[in-house]
Design a protein around this ligand. Sequence first.
Ligand code: SF4
Length: 190
Amino acid sequence: MAGNGSSFLGWPVLRQLASGDLLGRGAAVTSRRTRETEPRTSTADRVVQSVCPYCAVGCGQRVFVKDEKVVQIEGDPDSPVSRGRLCPKGAASEQLVNSPSRQTEVLYRAPGATEWQRIDRDTAIDMIAERYLESRRNTWQELDDKGRRVRRTMGIASLGGATLDNEENYLMKKLYTATGAIQIENQARI
Ligand code: SF4
C-alpha cells in the first residue's frame, strides 16, 4: 500500500500537494529508480586531478576512480584554465579510457604488407630511432650550395598534433633542433 502508484496516497495530485511540487516537475514525479540512483562521483574511491588529452586548451579534469578503474571524468573547478568546464569532447573522455575498441598495442605494417602485426613497444621505439638516425645520416648537409655552413637535415620533418601539450612540444623541439631537423610544424598553427 505504500507504493506511490498503488494507493490513494500515491495519487499524483496528492503527491504534488504533499511535496509542494505544484507544477509536477520535481519530487512528485521522481521515480523510485531515480531516487535510488547514485552518481558515480559519490561512490568513487578517490579522485585524481588531470588534464584533458584532446586539445591544447588543456582543461583541468577530475578523474574518479573506483576499484582501480576510471568510472567518471568531470571538469576541475580548481583549474584556472577551464574553471570546472569541459567541452563535449572533453566531457566524453571516460569513453576514451574505457572504450572496448581502444588501441592498446603497437601495430606495425611492413612495407608492401597488407596485414598489421603486433610488436612490443621497445621494439617499436628502437625501429623509430634507427630510421630517424639513418635518415639524418643519409640527408645531412654540412654546407649549402653556396658553401655556407648550415649543419642541418632536410630529410626529417615533424607535424605535431594539437593534443600535444607544452612539455611534449618542448621536448620534441629540443630533440629536433639538437639533431639538425628544421622542418618543424604543428597542427595548431596550420
Ligand atoms: S575539454 Fe575540450 S576545450 Fe578543453 S582541452 Fe579538452 S577538448 Fe580542449
